[in-house]
Design a protein around this ligand. Structure first.
Ligand code: HH2
Length: 289
């Protein structure tokens, strides 16, 4: 990471989601002021989050686009406040990733103390993103999405979803490497719910090991997503944490080291139990980002 820290991925890491958006599907509008966001971040870290993902634009199906200055206004003061708060208590600075498709937002967040870029467009929306990640030596999360948020759930189509998503991610990773991003800084993510039907999502969740086999660390973000509502019949996303924890355990069993979730305690437990079972049977990978 830019400050020289590493996040060892020899055991599963939990990324807590902090959406600073009024319209996010699950936690939108929960943080009316800086203090509320700082308290939420603190609670996630105390519950065992290894890093925080902060975003100022919702990517739920049909979400409205948020321009660069507004994304910066939403995220940078919160990043600064979290770091200030931790410093004032002599606690270590948390690892923060910025969830944005715009390089200017990512740059402002990195300047404020974030150290990972989470780009759900995998560098396709802003050509400057790869160069920024290369220049700052920061981990870069590349996610698959078919279409764009406004229209992505209008009849998504694949011949072989697992293979197409895998190939896309490897190609984007190679493009990032060609721009100077170090291979060991790249994380890939199949993008659960981004231009995918229930069947597509289930196929991906059943074959996460195929992504793990690429050699890039894998991140999974299935937390509270609609597929879990469809399966369980639970309309309220906040009710889907048990279903999310089940997915977390299965993902960890397939070798996924990074899990993006809203409910940290439940998923910390699920990941730790699944990992203990896996560790009992096989030696693990020891990559870092
Ligand atoms: N999912 C969301 C947002 N960012 N980033 C990655 N890498 N992977 C994901 O699966 C992913 C993501 C959508 O979830 P959420 O942030 O909770 O909702 P919203 O986009 O409505 O803010």
């Amino acid at each position: 990471m830019p400050d020289g820290r590493v996040l060892p991925l020899d055991r599963p890491r939990i990324m807590g989601v902090l959406n600073l958006t009024p319209d996010s599907f699950s936690d939108g509008g929960r943080y009316p002021d800086l203090d509320a966001a700082v308290q939420a971040a603190d609670a996630m870290l105390r519950a065992g989050a290894d890093l925080l993902d902060i975003g100022g634009e919702s990517t739920r199906p049909g979400a409205q686009r948020i321009d660069v200055p507004e994304q910066i206004d939403r995220t940078v003061p919160v990043i600064e406040a979290i770091l200030r708060h931790r410093r004032s208590r002599d606690q270590p600075a948390p690892i923060i990733s910025i969830d944005t498709t715009r390089a200017e937002v990512a740059r402002a967040a990195l300047d404020a103390g974030a150290s990972i870029i989470n780009d759900v467009s995998a560098g396709r929306e802003d050509m400057a993103m790869f160069a920024l990640a290369a220049a700052r030596h920061c981990p870069l999360i590349l996610m698959h999405m078919q279409g764009e948020p406004a229209t992505m759930q209008d009849r998504p189509h694949y011949e072989d979803v697992v293979e197409e998503v895998r190939q896309f991610l490897v190609q984007r990773a190679e493009a990032a490497e060609a721009t100077g991003v170090a291979r060991e800084q790249i994380v890939i993510d199949p993008g659960i719910g981004f231009g995918k039907t229930l069947e597509h999502n289930l196929a991906l969740l059943d074959h996460l090991d195929r992504f793990v086999m690429t050699g890039y660390p894998v991140l999974l973000g299935a937390s509270r997503k609609r597929l879990l509502g469809t399966i369980t019949g639970l309309d309220d996303p906040a009710q889907r944490d048990t279903a999310t924890a089940a997915v977390t355990a299965l993902a960890v069993r397939q070798g996924v080291p990074l899990i993006r979730v809203h409910n940290v305690p439940a998923n910390r437990q699920a990941a730790d139990v699944a990992y203990a079972i896996s560790a009992a049977e096989a030696p693990r990978r020891t990559d870092n980002v």
